[in-house]
Design a protein around this ligand. Sequence first.
Ligand SMILES: [Zn+2]
Length: 111
Amino acid sequence: MICPECSEEIKDSVSYCPYCGIKIQLQENKDEKDLKIKELEKKVTNLEHDLNRNNNFFNRLEKDNSLIQYKPSKNDNIISKTCCIICIVWIIFMILMLIVMVIHFSGKNVI
Ligand SMILES: [Zn+2]
């Protein structure tokens, strides 16, 4: 840092200027730190604000979702029923195939 009295370059750690002997107050540093702290506090406040806004947004979204709940139409119902039937038929078919194969192979083993 630079001495405020004699403008000589001095070490940051010294408390007295070795050139003019004036007591060095670390006011500047402190001010800088305070400024940085204030800046950081501002940033944190901004972040908190953003977070709150985002939370509000998601809360509103959830509310909207509950308001506009998806109601399946008759068409969807028919489609889902058809899907169910196809699934059941497919499963029955697979079971039948399995039974046929088991009978076939066990028959071969016996003979
Ligand atoms: Zn000095």
